[in-house]
Structures are given as structure tokens and as C-alpha cells.
Design a protein around this ligand. Sequence first.
Ligand SMILES: Nc1ncnc2c1ncn2[C@@H]1O[C@H](COP(=O)(O)OP(=O)(O)O)[C@@H](O)[C@H]1O
Ligand SMILES: [Mg+2]
Length: 324
Amino acid sequence: MSKTSLLKIDNLTISFPYGKSHLQVIRGVDLEVIQGEVVGILGESGSGKSVTAASVIGLTRDDAGRIDSGEIHFKGKNIVTMSGKDLQRLRGKEIAYIFQDPVGSLNPYRKVGNQIVEALKVHHLPCSKELVLQIMLDVGLNQAETIYDMFPSQLSGGQCQRIQIASAIACKPDLLIADEPISAIDASLQKKVLALLTDTNKKYGTAIIIITHDFAVVKHICDRVVVMYGGLVMETGTVKDVLDDPLHPYTRELLKCVNSLSNQDERLYTLEGRALGPSEYTGGCVFYTRCMNKTGPCHSEIPPLLNRTGGRQVRCLNARSERT
Ligand SMILES: Nc1ncnc2c1ncn2[C@@H]1O[C@H](COP(=O)(O)OP(=O)(O)O)[C@@H](O)[C@H]1O
Ligand SMILES: [Mg+2]
């Protein structure tokens, strides 16, 4: 795998309007994606996965979100300071985004085939009905001819998700961001959609960020995992390293829950307490209230994200040493 950096997010903070002021929801995210890599962003609901990912294509701008500090470099260009016009050019063509809600993300008034044609046209890419039908077949829409002329409301969630994926991969982007791509579709189709993403990665060398709250998804298709909590990255590493030897107490708790489920324990292990909302954080570690390993300083300090061996990173004052 080439080691060229494709996306590099440095110390990103994002806030949203809150009453008369702003509330910080992303508190200093650092994240890197290497060309051709598949990275999973994992964390419970509300941990900041979607807002972080949306900022990469400037969607937080459209959503009243404000980037207070930090940089997002894509192929060396800073997206934070990029003009709306340049950003528009990047969207779809170089960075494609698959939204969590497959039906709502399509235009309800346009036939789905035309929506894929449109995606190609916008970026001045070759487009013909034949080409679009082929892409639809590639993503497993077997009745492509019929589906081409249908509206999103006439299709299932899984079919709409495939249209989104078809649109995304038609432009052969360098980076594909998929936000919970299988959570809204039937279990029977989930593996197929994941396989489709893996195929896209292998066939075109497309780097993929897949957002999920499911370790099984990460294990299935990712090279590396980024664990988020409270608007911060808690731990990163190869999937094998993090799953075999989680260093952060939060990752360890998440894994205990997953293992308890797969062991079919009589009493399922659950993570104690609830994740705090952005308005509830004080100055300390964002995981403080639920942490089993906390000590005095954790109450008042946000620990830095520190590098460990093997390209791992962990944000915890009491993080465990790697097993040797
Ligand atoms: N448009 C918005 N306005 C205000 N707060 C938002 C908005 N979008 C997200 N948030 C808040 O930002 C935090 C992170 O949200 P999100 O990135 O969607 O979490 P995740 O994708 O990990 O479930 C949450 O507390 C959420 O309520
Ligand atoms: Mg989300």
C-alpha cells in the first residue's frame, strides 16, 4: 500500500449555534487517511462521527456548523479555507459521500437513473445510459433497465442505497465516505453492500471512510479503526491491534459489550452510564464520568492523543501499555 497521505485532519474543532452562543461538539479531532486505505470511524451515537466526516466535504458550512480551528488537508489543499466553488468541484468527483438515510438523500422527484447521469454530468465525466446501466448492474441492481426509470419512493431502502453507491463510485473518487451505510437496510443485504465497498476499494484504489457503531463492520472491511467519543479521537490503530489489544478504557468497554453479545451471555455486559451531551462537558476527559480507570487529573485535563508503537495512538492518562 502506498503511504501517501490523502486526507489529514489536524486539531479540528466545530461548534453549532446554541442559544445566543455556540456549543463545541468536535473538540480537536486529528485523523489521517492514507491513499487506498479503508478506515472505520467507530463510536456510540453522538460521539461526533458524522459531523467530522461531513466537514470533509464542507457540509457543516451548510448546516450552520462553524469550524473554529484546525485544518482539513485533502491532497495537500486545505478544505477549511477553500472557496465554495472549489469545494463544489471536489464533492462527488474526488470525495463522494454516501448518506445514512438512503431514501432521503436522493431527489424524490427525479428518476434514479437520471440522478446518476446528473452526478457524472456535473463533473464533466463521460455519461451515457449504457454506462449508467452497467454501473447499476455492477452494484447488484439486476433489473437495471426497469429501475433506471423509477423514482426513489418506488424502491426499497437497499435499492436506494445501491443507487447512492452507484452514483458515488461512478465518478471514481479518491475518497468515499460512507456514513452508517448498512444501518438502514435489511440484514440480508448488509453483507452485499459491504462487499461492494470492498470491491470498489480493490478495483479503483478508492480510499474509504466508513462510519459505524458496529465492531463487526470494522472487522469485516477496515484496515484501520479510529474510535471516537465526545467529539474526540480516543484511540487509533490497525483493526487487528485495536481488537486484540485495546488500550483505551472506552474501547475496552465497547469490546466487552460486543464479546458479551457474541458469547450469548445470559446477562449482557453493558457500558455503565450515558454519554454526556456537548453542553454537559466540563474541562476534563470526556469519558471521565463512565471510566473505570480514572484518577485525579482526569477530572480537569483533556489528555493529549499520544503516539504509540506500530502507528497506534491513544488519548488517556492511564492508558494500558501494549502487550508484548
Ligand atoms: N446541526 C446540528 N446542530 C446542533 N448540534 C448538532 C448538529 N449536528 C450534530 N450536532 C451535535 O453534534 C454531536 C455529534 O453529532 P454526530 O456527529 O451526528 O454524532 P454521531 O454521528 O457520532 O452519532 C451531537 O451531540 C449532536 O447532537
Ligand atoms: Mg452519525
